[in-house]
Structures are given as C-alpha cells and as structure tokens.
Design a protein around this ligand. Structure first.
Ligand code: ATP
Ligand code: MG
Length: 358
C-alpha cells in the first residue's frame, strides 16, 4: 500500500468534564502506538458541547461539522455538565451530540461487552457465567420509535415506530461485516410475535445475511428472551443486532456484565469506514479535574477506531492486549477499588506494556 495510507486525519473533540482528561490519556497512547507501528495521526481538535457554548454560543459550531466531514474518524471525550443545565433546550451541550450523530449519518451504534476475570467481582452477575463473554451489540441508531411521529391529544398519546428495508439493510451489512471478523454468529433481537416492524427486521436480515454473508449464521430471538439470556448465558452471544429502542435497553443491561461505566467503549458508524468513537460514560462532573477518571473506556474506544476506521489492526490488537494485561496485573482505578490509581498511572501502565517495558 502507498505510504500515505498510513497518515490518518482524525478530528478530536475533548468536550467537557472528564472528557479532556481521558482524551489526554488517549493522545499519549496514540503517540506510542504511532511510533511503534509506523503510522501517523493528524489530530484536528474541535469544539462541541459545553466547551463550544462557552467559546461560540453554539453547542455544535459549523466548523466542527465541516472538519468531521473531512476526517476518517472522530474521537469524542464527553459532553455536558451542571454548568449548562439552565440553558434552553436548543442550547444544551447534549444537543451538540445528538446533532452531530444525525449530521454525520451515524446509524450503527456498537457497544462491545468483554469481561475479564479480574473484573468479575464488580458485576452483579455470577462469576462463572462471565467467563469468556465477548458480545458486540449492534444497535440501529437513527430510526424506529425515537424518530417516528409523536402525537398527543389530551389523555391519548402515540409514538410511531417506523423502519424501512433500506434502514435495516445498511445496519445489517455493518453487523455482517463485523461478524466476519469475529465468531460469525448473529442473533437478531425483536418482538416479531406482536410488532410489524420486527417482522420486517426478520425478513430483511434473513435476506441480507443469506445473500451477502453466507458464512455467517443468523438466529432470531424475542427481546424478552434476549434480556434473560444476557444474564443467564451471556457467553452464548457473539454479535447481537437490534433496533433502536431494544438496543438502548439491552446495551445498558449488558454493561452490568463488565462492572463499571469507566470500562465501556462505543462506536457509531456511518456508511463506509467513517465512525465516531467515544466512551459510554458521561462527563462525570463529580470527579472532573481531580485526575482520577478511569481512562480505560476511552482507550478501548481508540482501539475500536484503529480497527474499524483506520484499519491499523496490529496496533488495535496490541492496545487491546496491553489493556487486558493491565487488568490481569490489577491496574485499576478508584471507581473500582478504594486503593485504585489515577488517570496518568493507568496511561503509563498501558504505555509500558505497549513499549515492552513492563
Ligand atoms: P451523562 O448524562 O453525560 O450520560 P450521567 O449522568 O450518565 O452523564 P456520568 O457522567 O456517566 O453520568 O457519571 C455517572 C457516575 O459514574 C458518576 O458518579 C461518575 O463519577 C462515574 N463515572 C463516569 N465515568 C467515569 C470514569 N471514566 N471514571 C470514573 N468514574 C466515572
Ligand atoms: Mg448517562
């Protein structure tokens, strides 16, 4: 491949609260990875959320959107905080996040749930059920009941759940592509015994996986059963594909398998390889500025970015293993254990394992 394939332009939006703190950790780790694996990263820092409101009066400046459109990926810290709670709705930091998702067409939300023996004790689920859990939840993010027509007439209210075959097809393709890099098994979750859009989901996923991903096995599960199986036999899942509302609920349920919000990365993909990567947790204003934020969720988010948008697979693998090595060695933060270490100590521990100095 030509050398300039290994120069990647990304946009970074550190954001509010602990966002800039975990973002600083990400920069340090990206530096180490780029020298070890011989690729370059140009980071274009932009504003969103509260930081953007303070600087420009707008939670999503046009300049930020334009910069994102020119980049291979966007890395985001966290958005929001009590400082901006009194703002009118259109001027809240969270509006910036919602708008950037729709502006960039990020319809495919990914939340990997991977457990580790050192972390089993932080989960309410029995440890023997957590061994070997590695689920990728693929949630449709821009359709369904969240975006359908809403009506209110006195004591009667209505929300329309609408999906088109095209919307289901594109997210199913992303799930198929991911399944090919994993265990090649997809469980599609719905409620097709009572809901019409769910019947369309079954039809379209069968067609797309059957025609385009013949090596991938596809099963269907009702959402009520899926909610139980996530707790009773979480290790049975590989890729779980579902619509917007069910995905919202199931991904929060699944996060409890891991132990802490500070450990969960996410990606939101558009067509092609473009994606926005961010930790699942929020801006954590209660601990911001103290240097104690858990950076693992952010570091796992960069591993996803390296793998899915930048195709730096070796670097992604190395980072994932450096992180699990740190867990094995008990490098944990204060949100997990009272004797936990701070953001910088975790960052240094990860870097030492990446440079072979540990
Ligand atoms: P948002 O509305 O932005 O999603 P939230 O109300 O869901 O925010 P978070 O900001 O995610 O809340 O924080 C929830 C709790 O988890 C807080 O007590 C916070 O301190 C803790 N927390 C979140 N992220 C981290 C982290 N990276 N490290 C340590 N603790 C964290
Ligand atoms: Mg939250």
């Amino acid at each position: 491949a030509p050398a300039d394939n290994h120069q990647h332009r990304i946009v970074a939006v550190p954001g509010d609260g602990v966002g800039p703190e975990v973002y600083a950790s990400a920069c340090t780790v990206l530096d180490v990875l780029s020298s070890r694996f011989g690729f370059g990263i140009d980071i274009d820092e932009q504003l969103i959320g509260g930081a953007a409101i303070d600087a420009t009066g707008n939670p999503l400046p046009d300049e930020t959107v334009a910069a994102c459109r020119d980049a291979k990926a966007v890395l985001l810290g966290a958005v929001g905080g009590p400082k901006w709670d009194a703002q009118p709705r259109e001027l809240r930091p969270e509006r910036g996040l919602l708008r950037i998702r729709s502006e960039l067409g990020l319809y495919c939300n990914l939340r990997p749930i991977v457990t580790h023996p050192t972390l089993h004790r932080f989960s309410p689920v029995r440890p023997e059920r957590l061994d070997g859990v590695n689920v990728m939840i693929v949630r449709e993010l821009t359709g369904g009941i969240y975006f359908g027509e809403k009506r209110r007439e006195g004591d009667v209210a209505e929300d329309v759940c609408r999906y088109t075959a095209d919307e289901i097809t594109r997210v199913t393709r992303q799930a198929g592509r991911l399944a090919m890099q994993r265990d090649r098994r997809i469980v599609q979750v719905d409620k097709s015994n009572v809901i019409e859009t769910s019947r369309l989901w079954r039809e379209v996923t069968e067609r797309v996986i059957g025609e385009e991903f013949p090596e991938v096995s596809l099963e269907h599960l009702y959402v009520d059963a899926a909610a139980m199986h996530l707790l009773s036999k979480p290790a049975s899942f590989d890729v779980m594909l579902t619509e917007n509302l069910f995905g919202d609920i199931l991904s929060d349920e699944a996060s409890m398998l891991c132990g802490s919000m500070g450990l969960l990365p996410s990606a939101s993909l558009a067509d092609g390889d473009f994606g926005l990567y961010e930790p699942v947790h929020g801006s954590a204003p209660d601990i911001a500025g103290q240097g104690i934020a858990n950076p693992y969720a952010m570091l796992l988010s960069i591993a996803m970015m390296l793998r899915l948008s930048l195709h730096e697979t070796e670097a992604a693998d190395a980072l994932d293993s450096a992180i699990t090595d740190c867990w094995s060695d008990g490098v944990l933060t204060l949100d997990l254990v009272p004797e936990g270490v701070g953001t910088e100590a975790v960052t240094e521990a990860v870097c030492r394992r990446l440079t072979g100095a540990a």
